[in-house]
Design a protein around this ligand. Structure first.
Ligand SMILES: Cc1cc2nc3c(=O)[nH]c(=O)nc-3n(C[C@H](O)[C@H](O)[C@H](O)COP(=O)(O)OP(=O)(O)OC[C@H]3O[C@@H](n4cnc5c(N)ncnc54)[C@H](O)[C@@H]3O)c2cc1C
Length: 404
């Protein structure tokens, strides 16, 4: 049994602590904010059983250009700030080649397969069932042509990976969602994902389970980390091993130890709305790249990626477009918050999370870089990390790319 400090109390850090406990280790989590209050709070809340392929870029230059120019609201890019992210984006584009995808997809698929069962066990043990819907989400399309392309792709995913879905045509969708004010072409109903009514609260509930099982939280600054003899000290605590699970902040800490972690910073925004929308489950508006998630705080509109460096935008155009479209479809009501929330997906160009021990610092473990799917994959890679720390190095095979 080792004394281990986990830095970061997002979905990834809290699940790490729970997995280490299950492997018999004594664990402390250090964060300067309460559990689940950053990226793991602000996401769309989908445990994405259907996301069986890594989140790659289109390799066709024309499609890429259309995307960069705002096609489907998928990306926002201030060209003046492109320079600061261009090496990472170039590396991401290279990793999106068919040959690289063939290499990494089987591992990614395996990770995603484990997500719902692992969350299910934690939801049951922590008593968080009231925060979870188990009936998937809609991927809606405005045109017949768009819907038909999506159905073909869903059928391919079903053939290749066994992902379940149903198709709702325009009428079936209108019957299932009577609150819709406009006629849509139809939707894919991804039936396997689970969705969450309050993502931050789910993490906080998992954190209470960790405490109930004897774990401890310490409020402190992860940047106080230093080596002490054969172990580590941080925030007034000593440990034999330390796990960096600081999500988008992880590369900054590792830089102070001489490591370079290229990370694509994919900012996202959300805002809640008060309206009596009537949606029965979350809805991805595929032609506008926003997710409408019914949550305890209201209907959350969550955006795709803003790749611009620097401070978050006060009036993000992706959210504005999402709001306009959502208003045409549903009774949206008024914004709950005075300003949109913003956070950063910690995305590594190789598209896989990083789960490994640091090369030059024994006892320093890395666990971050889950990009678009950290809410989904937190408990999955946490289990692999805990197995690796217990000596099963095969458990993290393939998850070691992306650090120098
Ligand atoms: C708009 C949006 C929608 C998304 N939708 C989904 C989705 O539907 N499904 C999905 O699976 N994923 C989704 N994601 C991605 C997902 O939210 C992230 O991958 C995940 O939350 C990352 O978790 P984490 O624990 O690594 O990071 P975080 O949750 O950010 O946790 C990092 C922790 O480190 C702490 N920290 C940072 N610096 C310090 C310091 N110096 N000292 C102490 N503590 C520190 C922070 O306080 C924080 O608690 C979405 C993301 C966004 C932005």
């Amino acid at each position: 049994m080792a004394q281990i400090v986990v830095l970061g109390a997002g979905m990834v850090g809290v699940c790490t602590a729970l997995a280490l406990q299950e492997h018999g280790h004594e664990c402390i989590v250090v964060d300067w904010s309460p559990p689940g209050s950053e990226t793991s709070y602000g996401n769309a809340g989908i445990i994405q059983a259907e996301a069986v392929e890594p989140y790659s870029l289109p390799t066709n230059p024309l499609t890429l250009l259309r995307m960069a120019l705002g096609w489907r609201n998928a990306v926002d890019l201030r060209w003046t700030s492109l320079a600061s992210q261009s090496p990472e984006l170039y590396s991401y584009w290279r990793s999106s080649s068919p040959a690289f995808l063939r290499r990494v997809t089987p591992l990614w698929h395996q990770l995603v397969l484990e997500a719902v069962p692992r969350h299910s066990a934690l939801i049951e043990a922590s008593g968080a069932g009231n925060l979870i819907r188990r009936d998937g989400y809609w991927e809606v399309h405005t045109t017949e042509a768009g819907l038909s392309v999506a159905i073909n792709d869903a059928e391919r995913r079903k053939r290749q990976y066994g992902v379940e879905f149903e198709v709702a045509d325009s009428r079936a969708l209108a019957r299932a969602e009577p609150g819709l004010r406009a006629t849509l072409a139809g939707a894919i109903h991804w039936t396997a994902p689970w969705t969450c009514l309050a993502p931050g609260e789910l993490v906080a509930t998992y954190a209470k389970l960790f405490e109930k099982r004897g774990g401890r939280f310490v409020t402190g600054d992860a940047f106080s980390l230093k080596q002490a003899g054969k172990g580590w000290q941080v925030a007034g605590e000593s440990a034999e091993l330390v796990v960096v699970a600081l999500g988008p902040w992880s590369p900054d800490l590792l830089k102070t130890f001489g490591y370079h972690v290229p990370m694509v910073r994919k900012r996202g925004y959300h805002r809640h709305y008060t309206g009596d929308h009537g949606l029965s489950r979350p809805m991805l508006l595929a032609d506008h790249s926003v997710v409408l998630s019914p949550m305890l705080a209201g209907l959350r509109i969550a955006t795709a990626a803003d790749l611009s460096a620097g401070a978050p935008q006060a009036n993000p155009p992706q959210l504005a477009r999402g709001e306009t479209v959502a208003r045409s479809l549903l009774h949206l009501g008024e914004p709950v918050e005075a300003a949109p929330w913003s956070g950063t997906r910690p995305f590594l160009p190789c598209m896989l999370p990083l789960v490994r021990q640091a090369d030059r610092h024994p006892g320093l473990w890395l666990h971050f870089g889950h990009g678009h799917q950290g809410f989904t994959l937190g408990p999955v890679t946490a289990d692999r990390l805990a197995r690796a720390i217990s000596g099963d190095t095969i458990a993290v095979e393939g998850l070691d790319r992306g650090v120098r």
